[in-house]
Design a protein around this ligand. Sequence first.
Ligand SMILES: [Zn+2]
Ligand SMILES: [Zn+2]
Length: 203
Amino acid sequence: MRNTYYCCLGLNRRHGQSLRRSMDELSRFMAQPPLEEPYRFVELADDKREKIQDAFDHCTKLDDFLGKVVVTMTTDMLPLLILCPPESTIAQLARKRERTACWGASFGDRDECSCYWLSLVYHLNDKHTIWHEALHLLGADDCYDKETKERTCELPNCIMQFEDPKQGYGQGLPLCQANIERVKKHIAEMRKDHSSDAPHRLQ
Ligand SMILES: [Zn+2]
Ligand SMILES: [Zn+2]
């Protein structure tokens, strides 16, 4: 079983704990229908987290930070999900770069490595926003029109749409059929890559 690492940067202990619970909840839902993938989100070990925190605190350019993450994590440990405060420098730089990145941003060339390899989440009030970015790392696509922000999939409470659905997200992990298939396919590919120790290609 492969897992995806996450870390909390610049957040107090209490906030970190509640985010950890949200990540554990997501891991549990991954194993249940409709995904049924025993896949876990695991907190990054302290030694790695400290290095990433140091880069996060000191980098003043987004690309410098992304470069430091790649060096620190080594390719077999990516992708990485970072949870951080919206006022942090890196979060502000990410928001400036991407017009639609109001709550979080994902990085990576999807043509080259078929997936994003780093997600930053800085809107931390709703676990669904965090799960949205986490699932980008597992191959899920956005379900909204980039211009109108309107939902483009069949599921009214799909987690990959832009705005909170009017009736709420309900229970579990609401994900449309197309994204269920993308995530399952992506996890299968990651398992294959991992078993042959092939490095992920990065941009
Ligand atoms: Zn998205
Ligand atoms: Zn959808």
